[in-house]
Design a protein around this ligand. Sequence first.
Ligand code: GLA
Length: 398
Amino acid sequence: MTAAAFDRQSLHSMIDLRTFKGRFESLYGQSPRVFSAPGRVNLIGEHTDYNDGFVLPIAVEQRTFVAAAPRPDTRVIVRSLTLGQTVEFELYQPGPTRRGSWLDYVEGTGCALLERAFPLSGANLLIDSEVPAGAGLSASAALEVAVGYALAALGGTPNPDRLQLALAGQSAEHAYVGTRCGIMDQYISALALRDHALQIDCRSLAYEAIPLRLGTACVLICDTQVKHELAFSAYNERRQQCEDGVREIARQYPAVRALRDVSVAELEGLAPRLPELIARRCRHVINENARTMAAARALKAGKLGHLGRLMSASHASLRDDYEVSCIELDEAVAAIEGEPGVYGSRMTGGGFGGCTVSVLEREVVPRAMRAISERLRSRFQIEPRFFTTNAAAGVAEE
Ligand code: GLA
């Protein structure tokens, strides 16, 4: 299959808006407004966001759509076409948290918006998504941000503040879902710019938009379809280990508030005094911050070879120092690493399964897909899925 044919094929999963609106009308008997927010893939800067560091994600072309119309009361009724389920909640009588269902994301976002003083009213919602769930492309952030925008817009805020939407989504994760995630996923889903990667400073919450000019190269995402159980607990555990590291380091350097404040050179002096495991966790984060800033400069200068080498170093560090990769991700990366036309490849997102992201020449995409598929099929009987993507725009009304 040529790369061009592959691109056309990947467009087939796109949701048809007319049909989607029609389904809303027959379900609720109202004519809806439609909102959508994208999933994301992170080029580099992994597990740095909750350390006040830097990340470099793009929004992918797959989006989550929310059709919405107001209700006369304060109930929110939500039907998911992807899951074939309906849930509902009362805006002003929040239910229990951590139910382990997708209601946590939706109700959590509603509650977080109310806490941020957005006026809200009841709503009928219908959801459909092109973002594969559980693949590490932030389907949950896309859901939170799209629902947040829909509820805020219906409640009378015509152009809701994108950063507040991102923060509300993150609050939903912390308070309702129970993941102590950073801000990257919700931020890029809310604020992404078409054809740009955002270098986000996760401390100041400012970004620099960097044109995604790849010339004859492209971004290839490989969904290994693997999800290891560990992901949820290990994520919170890593965050805790970083906090432990900061506490140790601050004894000597009281100005250090987060690993963001420690330079690569400083860590070298500090590492022998830290417990070995904590030192490795800190080393990943501190080096990854430096790599992310270097990668943003390389992207700006069109130096894809350099960008790719930083991506490969990021993978090795996530595998060896941070220990959030898994054998399937390692093999997907190894299957194409160093091949002609491949600049770099790495796991992306939280880890323990999900996707790899690679930057490579368009003409080698079919060969790369074949190499990864053969490797994963023969070693693990896995059929991976692939997407190429441009950098898409953030949340919007259709
Ligand atoms: C998940 C979290 C993000 C970020 C990444 C790792 O996607 O939601 O906040 O920490 O993992 O970089």
